[in-house]
Ligand binder design. Sequence first.
Ligand code: ZN
Length: 113
Amino acid sequence: MHELSLCESIVSLVTESAGREGLRRVTRVTVDIGVASAIDPDALLFCFPIVTEDTPAAGAELAVNRIALQARCAACGADFSPESLISPCPACGSHDRSLRAGRDMRVVSFEGE
Ligand SMILES: [Zn+2]
């Protein structure tokens, strides 16, 4: 389950940043997860309390934003939200498009005190 190691990365990133900012504990962490990122948000939510145990982020809330796929067609320049990684451009039918969002996971923000 790669969500566990992913969760550990998130927690170490956040607790290090919180420490630098002089926060004693982290109360809330917000992450963006692309729908095509192959990360299961439920697994992440399940891992979070386990990974944060005995860290400054213990008891913190994890908020997950699902980020839809966003693509730009290389043929006609249209921006669109494909339903899947293999969906063609709805304007011209081209498959020559680049994904601009929806495949990544990132920590957006965290709160602490
Ligand atoms: Zn197009």
